[in-house]
Every structure is written in structure tokens, then in C-alpha cells.
Design a protein around this ligand. Structure first.
Ligand SMILES: *[C@@H]1O[C@H](CO)[C@@H](O)[C@H](O)[C@H]1NC(C)=O
Ligand SMILES: *[C@@H]1O[C@H](CO)[C@@H](O)[C@H](O)[C@H]1NC(C)=O
Length: 273
């Protein structure tokens, strides 16, 4: 600039302005550099995204309740017509004047075995996940799609952990036994006589990204619904239930745990309407 000012003396008055422009350009370039470097660092340090899903929308249950068929009252034949429409089946008894009404009642199962298949996927090509660990799968009864009345059925604490290379997935199958009397009784009370019910699965996991930069472990929570808890194998056309990260939920999800039941015989309940 100093040389130029001697050679083009006549344009001297423009130089302060040019100097200002030069400084401004330099400032903008520096700011942009800082922003770009910041973005690169942020992206590099951001843990990889994991996508969870529940295979075949299904949580397998070996049973949900046990059925006790009680022969209840014997009813005079002339009254039985009225009962026929309501409940149970009628069989003729030895007495032609009387009929026996049998009505199933349901009692809580002694235990329920549950099994669920969880898939974890690292869909983008940016980096590998060094480890997914500390996985908890919580099965919640979902009585309404407004998420009201979510109730914990069982929480699986998985020992399993695994890495997830970029653009790869890992599916695991895990089983657990429900023997909490309060939960067994709750399922019978609500779903006695039914072979399945609708649930939500909550997945908690800790993610450690491996590349490009190893990150601090991040705890993530995902929700998967609807999922069917049932005794029947899903058909071949059964879809997968995708899970949604908690940050993408419109409102926070909360669920209740059933109060523990004291010792004593499991209650026997009438069938659901
Ligand atoms: C394990 O997960 C729970 C949430 O499910 C979290 O509070 C805890 O900090 C995690 N522990 C580790 C070691 O990541
Ligand atoms: C699941 O993770 C959330 C968020 O970290 C935590 O508040 C909750 O206690 C965890 N639940 C279980 C059962 O680990």
C-alpha cells in the first residue's frame, strides 16, 4: 500500500477507504474460518446417530394369564335362554330341568417369559460407533395412543454390548421372565382372555463414537410403538417398529410402576368385557 500511494498520488483520498475494506474482508474471512472450524469440530465431536427398531413389531410372550374354567351355577331350563346370550356355554345336565353354565375365569400366570428383538443401526457413512452398551429395554403397556396410563411391564437390563461400524446394523434377541405378582395380576385384570395387547418399548443406551473422534459416552432414550405383546407369532408381512429419539417426541413420555403386591394368593378375575 505504501508503494502504491507514491505511484498513484492522485488517488490518495481513496486509500483509507481501501484499507478499511481490506480489514473488513480480513475480519470476515477470520470469522468464517472460525465458524467453519467450529462446525467441523462440532460435527466430529457429535456422537453418531443410532437408529433403533423392534423387529416384526413384536414382543413374544409364552403366556399372559392362566384360565380357570369354573362350572358355576346350575340354572333351571326355563331361565337358561336368558343366560345363553350373556356368558359361557351351556351343557345339558342329567336333570332335564337344569342346565349348567360354565364361565371361564382367569388367574394370573405364575410367570411370563418375554422375548424381544432389537435392531441398532448406524445409517450414515460418517463414522463408526465404538461401543453401544448399558442397554435397557423397558416394555410399557400402552392403553391409549395419547400415552396416558403407560405402565411398566418389564425392564430388561442387557449385559450385551457391541460396536457398530458405519452403515451397518446389529440385531439382538433378548429374553426375560416376569414374575412380579403386581404385574402378572395387572395383565390378567386388563387382558385376561386375550392373546395380545399393545405396548410401547423404551430403549435406553449409552453410545460411544469411535471415529472420527472418540466422544464422551452419551446416554440416549428412544421410544418404539406400537409393538404387540402376544402369544402368536406375527405373520410374515409384519413390519418393523421404528423407534424415535426422545428429542423428537412432541411431549415427554412418562410411565408408572405398579406398587408391589404383598404375599398372598393371586386374585382371580372375571374376563374382560
Ligand atoms: C446407564 O444408563 C442410565 C440410564 O438408563 C444412565 O443413567 C447411566 O448414567 C448409564 N451409565 C453409564 C455408565 O453409561
Ligand atoms: C432411561 O434414560 C433416561 C434418560 O437418561 C433416564 O431418565 C431413565 O431413568 C432411564 N431409565 C432406566 C430404566 O434406565
Amino acid at each position: 500500500m505504501g508503494l502504491e500511494s507514491k505511484e498513484h498520488g492522485g488517488k490518495r483520498t481513496r486509500f483509507p477507504c481501501l484499507v478499511t475494506v481490506r480489514y473488513m474482508v480480513a475480519a470476515v474471512v477470520s470469522v468464517l474460518t472460525v465458524v467453519v472450524v467450529g462446525m467441523v469440530v462440532t460435527i466430529a465431536l457429535r456422537p453418531q446417530k443410532v437408529v433403533f427398531s423392534i423387529l416384526r413389531q413384536h414382543v413374544y410372550a409364552d403366556t399372559l394369564w392362566s384360565s380357570v374354567t369354573t362350572k358355576t351355577t346350575t340354572v333351571p331350563a326355563e331361565l337358561s335362554a336368558g343366560f345363553r346370550g350373556r356368558a359361557g356355554s351351556l351343557s345339558s345336565s342329567s336333570n332335564p330341568q337344569q342346565q349348567v353354565v360354565t364361565k371361564p375365569t382367569y388367574s394370573a400366570a405364575a410367570k411370563i417369559s418375554l422375548g424381544v428383538s432389537l435392531t441398532a443401526e448406524n445409517p450414515d457413512g460418517r463414522g463408526d460407533i465404538e461401543d453401544i452398551n448399558n442397554i435397557t429395554i423397558i416394555v410399557l403397556d400402552l392403553p391409549s395412543f395419547s400415552f396416558k396410563g403407560l405402565t411398566e411391564i418389564h425392564s430388561f437390563q442387557l449385559q450385551e454390548h457391541f460396536p457398530l461400524m458405519r452403515q451397518s446394523s446389529h440385531t439382538l434377541w433378548t429374553t426375560a421372565t416376569v414374575n412380579d405378582a403386581a404385574v402378572l395380576s395387572y395383565i390378567t385384570r386388563r387382558y385376561g382372555g386375550l392373546r395380545s395387547f399393545v405396548a410401547m418399548v423404551q430403549v435406553n443406551a449409552t453410545i460411544v463414537s469411535g471415529t472420527p473422534v472418540k466422544t464422551r459416552p452419551k446416554v440416549v432414550t428412544h421410544y418404539c410403538w406400537p409393538v404387540i405383546v402376544g402369544m402368536d407369532e406375527p405373520g410374515d408381512v409384519a413390519k418393523t417398529t421404528p423407534c424415535r429419539p426422545s428429542e423428537e417426541m412432541e411431549s415427554p413420555v412418562s410411565y408408572s410402576q405398579l406398587p408391589a403386591l404383598g404375599p398372598g394368593p393371586a386374585p382371580t378375575v372375571a374376563p374382560a368385557a
